[in-house]
Design a protein around this ligand. Structure first.
Ligand code: BGC
Length: 547
């Protein structure tokens, strides 16, 4: 291993929050920064080191805030700039960094730039977007991100008397990244938020920012140049600032977004999430190992952010159809659980049938892989979904803090809640909530805290060389980290059966292990055999040359 010390973001444990759904501090039924600030102690006790905030900017909110109408204003629904700053300051006091969404592939159609652009083709704002009086035929294979809801990539604007380009909804006109003035605007947005002390950005829709927008003049000549430009600017303003990319592409195409470590330092690992669920569905480690093999090795200082879920659908559009089918059959068998013919609109806990052993095992894998883990708010207690909600809202249910009214999310009248809390079935807030789980040492919440704590205290996760090992039983996933004679061995039983298996260590010969989870000593006598209960996981460390 090179003797490079790792960056804060390689060591990060990231937690993503939709402010509107997290905690309502002023009792109006909508989560806000006051409520979020009050929960910082909870987050620091959970052990996370970095919060990723979903968009909280002024927006008509027709795509969960990903339709920004003012990049410089906090959406009044969630608070004021002062509320945001108090939160940011409080996070800093708790040793938690904050990264925020940078949504610059498009704006809302209500953004003043777009309003000016459509009214006057002489204004400089016209060329902020991509227009055509007569759109060329759309390239084969190019389609909307929301098939079934949006049919065309070009929409005619009566005022402009021209068509504008959009990959997302028609109320999200796409910015023209080839225009240097647009690039300046992007840097200004970066500058504004970085000055307050955020530690970086999650770059929304990164591949589309640099994509062919259907017109010659809208194709940047050096497409990745803009990513380098944003990255360099960010680091000049805040050394150590990070860009996390939403790059949902096949692995061979994702690689280019790391560049030489000078573009996006972290990429969200969409593909692995699919292979993880394939491994769970088939109870077969080969599926997960296959996903791991497909991942390009990031350059030094870069990494993959591993997760089970994010707040969109779990998207299977870029993996083989048989893999998608295998997962859908087991985890999303009903039409209402699927969306856009490619994704699953369910939370982790209900997908795994609320079986805590299995949910812990799934988290244990994410927390034990190379690259920072990401948890979506609520998954640490195993909250459910609401399939009666349209589209992606199914997974965007409010956080469940207690068994009190509205799950402790808000004191408002239940009818005023921004989105209803889950009240029915085994994922109801009465059964799944923070307050109860805090009191129970065996709760999912306490297990997740333990994973985070262990991971943060084992530098081998970031310093070590990741190794892939195997077991005789195909349902057992074995991987590890090796560093100067130390070996950390991570063993997962994907199956609902008791397994006794042999572990193949490659060339290594570790003899004595300490089980980090239950803090017990464990010796390899003759053959390295392990007994594993259904869905069991073991984190075993062997110090110094295997002894
Ligand atoms: C977000 C989606 C959103 C889209 C458009 C995605 O990255 O996660 O929720 O619809 O960007 O901005």
């Amino acid at each position: 291993m090179p003797n490079r010390s790792s960056t804060w973001y390689e060591e990060a444990v990231i937690y993503s929050i939709d402010v509107e759904k997290f905690a309502d501090g002023n009792g109006d039924g909508i989560g806000d920064f006051i409520g979020l600030t009050e929960k910082l102690t909870y987050l620091s006790e959970l052990g996370i080191t970095c919060i990723w905030l979903l968009p909280f900017f002024r927006s008509p909110d027709r795509d969960n805030g990903y339709d920004v109408s003012d990049f410089y204003t906090v959406n009044p629904k969630v608070g004021t700039l002062d509320d945001f700053l108090a939160f940011l300051h409080g996070a800093g006091e708790h040793g938690i960094r904050v990264i925020i969404d940078l949504v610059v592939n498009h704006t809302s159609d209500q953004h003043p730039w777009f309003q000016a652009a459509r009214r006057d083709d002489e204004t400089r704002y016209r060329d902020y977007y991509v227009w055509s009086a007569d759109p060329p035929p759309v390239a084969v294979g190019a389609k909307s991100i929301f098939p079934g809801e949006v049919d065309s990539l070009w929409t005619y604007d009566e005022v402009a008397r021209a068509y504008y380009f959009h990959h997302f909804y028609d109320f999200q006109p796409e910015l023209n990244a080839a225009n240097p003035q647009v690039r300046e605007e992007i840097l200004r947005i970066v500058d504004y938020w970085i000055a307050f002390g955020v530690s970086g950005f999650r770059l929304d829709a990164a591949p589309l920012i640099i994509a062919n927008k259907g017109l010659e003049h809208a194709n940047p000549r050096d497409p990745h140049g803009i990513l380098r430009q944003i990255g360099a600017y960010l680091r000049s303003r805040r050394p150590g600032g990070v860009l996390v990319g939403e790059v949902n592409l096949p692995p061979e195409a994702s690689d280019a977004f790391f560049g030489e470590g000078d573009q996006l330092q972290l990429l969200l690992n969409f593909m692995l999430a699919c292979y993880l669920f394939a491994g769970f569905a088939k109870e077969d480690a080969a599926a997960i190992n296959q996903g791991l093999s497909l991942l390009p090795e990031p350059p030094a200082g870069c990494g993959w952010v591993n997760f089970l879920r994010n707040l969109d659908e779990l998207d299977f559009s870029r993996v083989p159809t048989d893999l998608k089918q295998a997962v859908f059959e087991v985890f999303a068998p009903k039409k209402e659980m699927q969306v856009f013919d490619r994704g699953i609109r369910r939370r982790v806990a209900p997908m795994l049938n609320g079986d805590q052993r299995r949910i812990e095992m799934a988290f244990s894998i994410v927390f034990s892989l190379k690259g920072p883990p990401l948890v979506v708010y609520g998954d640490e207690i195993g909250i459910g979904e609401d399939l009666s909600r349209p589209g992606r809202d199914a997974v965007r249910v409010p956080m469940q803090w207690s068994a009190e009214k509205n799950g402790g999310f808000s004191t408002a009248n239940t009818g005023k809640l921004y989105q209803p809390v889950v009240t029915e079935g085994k994922f109801s807030y009465k059964k799944v909530n923070v307050a109860d789980q805090e009191k129970d040492p065996g709760s999912l919440l306490n297990k997740v805290r333990r994973f985070i704590n262990l991971r943060r205290n084992q530098p081998i996760f970031t310093k070590g060389r990741a190794v892939r090992l195997s077991a005789t039983d195909p349902a057992v996933l074995v991987h590890g980290f090796e560093d100067a004679g130390d070996l950390l061995l991570l063993v997962h039983n994907l199956a609902d059966r008791r397994i006794e298996t042999e572990i193949h260590f490659g060339g290594m010969q570790p003899k004595r292990f300490r089980d980090l989870i239950d803090d017990a000593e464990f010796e390899v006598v003759k053959k390295p055999r392990l007994e594993l209960e259904p869905y069991a996981y073991r984190w075993l460390i062997s110090k110094g040359n295997g002894s």
